[in-house]
Ligand binder design. Sequence first.
Ligand code: MG
Length: 253
Amino acid sequence: MKYVRFQKADKTIKSGIVEGNSIKTVEGNIFGEHKVTDESYNLDDVKLLSPVEPSKLLCIGLNYSDHAKEFGKPIPEEPMLFLKPPTCVIGPEDNIMYPSQTQNLHYEVELVIVIGKEAKNVSEEKAFDYVFGYTVGNDVTARDIQFRDNQWGRAKGFDTFAPLGPWIETEIKDPDSLDVKLLLNGEVKQSSNTSNLFFKCANLISYLSGIMTLLPGDVIMTGTPGGIGPMQVGDKVEAIVDGIGTLKNYIAK
Ligand code: MG
């Protein structure tokens, strides 16, 4: 099923499940007790929001060999973790704001794991029991700042630097075999498959839950493949994961 958060014309925010061109409203907490109601809306009459409001965004760097190569680094021996603050999160069709502090704003398409249950010290074998579903992310990066700073908090942490969506797909059977693609103004810039991830989804959940407690709604951004590059004000950027959907955003000043 495809879980969304959406805003109605009167500005109220609801959760729902997408079926064809309509959304059936969900009552309750999607990570706990909830039920689907008869109240439904046309997908075209509402604004989709980020499908999740994470308490933290755990991001993995250099997890595809072609990206590590273009970055001039080897794949790390252990998953390379950094965090983005929750204030980075925006939804489908929202604007990514080009900060005045950078001259080199980059896209990074990523498969995103959405945690469904509190997870601490989870084994790889049990890891998928803690997954609610998957969505698409764009790990927007101020590349010039990233190369200047030893820590990536600034380069990765500006407001609007974590578009997520369009929904959480709960019916992905194998997250390690999905095509991922990024289009900039309709032109393919990144194209790979999650089978090329060096550290796989189950491994990441286990590894990260050994460091910090993962809470329902937390997201793991699994890394980006090769082909990173700049975006300009006015550009349209589409991050696509097959089996999930297309996350479209615009670059604005
Ligand atoms: Mg990334």
